[in-house]
Write a protein that binds this ligand. Structure first.
Ligand SMILES: N[C@@H](CCC(=O)N[C@@H](CS)C(=O)NCC(=O)O)C(=O)O
Length: 234
């Protein structure tokens, strides 16, 4: 491991899809790192010093603490450029960031909001919005699908990695809110299959039952953590 990437620690929680994003990048880049798992229900005192939003993941690298999974992932791509996980052209990089933002600002909030919603009308409205978002992804996304199973084709990228963890957890939406990825979203289905075959994914994935248990308090709206509060419908 070179100087630029020595002594990396990732503060994580086993359950966390956002931390899984950063673990995937570290694994894809074959970087050595120490995984520091914390209990989100009993956060250690030192945690607030490195995590202003009181959330995992946090990357500790030398004197630097970096938070927000997609920011961590771009930082890792800059300090350890091989294999590069963003395309070289500025246009394609911008495109990648647009879709990472689409995941962060549409898919992810809908995932939590539809679980937290308790009345049938709101659940139905949010379910329709999620299906719309998936159809948009299917129609406008996957520009490399002619050349390979991943977002940009044959090589996995930061877009694939940002999107994957909540798609791994889609069985939660099926179980609690009867939401599935539509059958005619064929690009999404074959992408998901390709993602599940990656060794980095196999090293970090959890079985469906684990996720169903983990999101039970969201589905019953008794989750009290920071993420649940942030995702509550106001
Ligand atoms: N936008 C953040 C979201 C991170 C996040 O929500 N992490 C959750 C765990 S999955 C967390 O640490 N929540 C703290 C809590 O529930 O108290 C990122 O992408 O890193």
């Amino acid at each position: 491991m070179g100087e630029a990437t020595s002594q990396i620690q990732l503060v994580s929680a086993e359950v966390c899809p956002f931390a899984q994003r950063s673990r995937l990048v570290l694994l894809e880049k074959e970087l050595s790192f120490e995984l520091v798992e914390i209990n989100l229900d009993n956060k250690p005192d030192w945690f607030t010093n490195v995590s202003p939003y009181s959330k995992v993941p946090v990357l500790l690298h030398g004197d630097t603490a970096i938070y927000e999974s997609t920011v961590i992932n771009e930082y890792l791509d800059e300090i350890a450029p091989e294999p590069n996980l963003l395309p070289k052209s500025p246009q394609q990089r911008a495109h990648a960031r647009i879709w990472i933002d689409f995941d962060n600002s549409r898919i992810v909030p809908l995932f939590y909001k539809v679980l937290l919603a308790q009345d049938a009308q709101t659940q139905t409205e949010l379910k329709l919005r999620m299906i719309d978002a998936l159809c948009h992804l299917e129609r406008a996304g996957f520009p490399g699908c002619e050349t390979g199973p991943f977002w940009f084709g044959s090589k996995v990228s930061l877009v694939d990695i940002a999107m994957y963890p909540h798609f791994e957890r889609f069985n939660v939406l099926k179980r609690y809110r009867d939401i599935e990825i539509p059958d005619d979203c064929v690009k999404i289905h074959s992408w998901l299959e390709a993602m599940k075959a990656l060794p980095s994914v196999q090293q970090t994935e959890k079985g469906g039952d684990y996720h169903i248990k983990a999101y039970e308090t969201y589905a019953e709206a008794t989750a009290s953590g920071t993420t649940a509060k942030d995702m509550q419908i106001l």
